[in-house]
Ligand binder design. Structure first.
Ligand code: IMP
Ligand code: MG
Length: 184
């Protein structure tokens, strides 16, 4: 099925097609591979659930000398609406000891910046990492409440509510291979 056919089925406007997303992830992968080529034991922490697709695709584009470790947490700040709740919840925050490791956090989107700000501080406090960077699939800088700059950004987008490629509205649409604008 083409992106156009899929979007017709779900009534969403395509912002980035599956092909555009994959091309951009290849570029990001190259950049990260270069930056981490000789970094000792990098560990990637994927923030569930939104980062599932981005994490899976990005990981396979990172080619570095040392084997990588992959961990997960689950954070949530959106309730059942398209507005951030303002408080970050951590339904799953069970990490092994990552003391002074080189950590890359992988997020779906930096919106208000609350989740990224909370989690980066948490990692700093817990593990005093040797290096700490954040890669996000999307950045919505116009929505910032808390100042935050990501190290790697897939796409910078306008103030739209988007779904697909891991991002949900009410736990739906994560499976779409493209990014679409959600209009109720
Ligand atoms: P924050 O506001 O930067 O803390 O972002 C919190 C979370 O809200 C993100 O990790 C996403 O899961 C979710 N989110 C923010 N904007 C969107 C959107 O446009 N679509 C779907 N989820 C979003
Ligand atoms: Mg979400």
């Amino acid at each position: 099925m083409t992106s156009a056919q899929q979007s017709k089925r779900t009534q969403v406007k395509v912002i980035y097609s599956a092909e555009q997303i994959q091309a951009r992830i290849k570029e990001l992968g190259k950049q990260i591979s270069k930056d981490y080529s000789s970094v000792e034991k990098p560990v990637v922490i994927g923030v569930m659930k939104g980062a599932i697709c981005f994490l899976a695709d990005l990981l396979r584009e990172i080619k570095v000398d040392q084997p990588m470790q992959v961990e997960f947490v689950r954070l949530a700040s959106y309730g059942a609406a398209t507005e951030s709740s303002g408080t970050v919840q951590a339904p799953y925050l069970d990490l092994p000891n990552l003391y002074q490791r080189n950590i890359i956090v992988v997020e779906d989107i930096v919106d208000s910046g609350r989740t990224a700000h909370f989690f980066m501080n948490y990692i700093k406090d817990q593990f005093d990492p040797k290096s700490l960077k954040l890669a996000c699939f999307l950045d919505k800088p116009s929505r910032r409440v808390v100042e935050f700059t990501a190290d790697y950004v897939g796409f910078t987008i306008e103030d739209l509510f988007v779904i697909g490629y891991g991002l949900d509205f009410n736990e739906n649409y994560r499976e779409l291979p493209y990014l679409g604008e959600y209009t109720p």
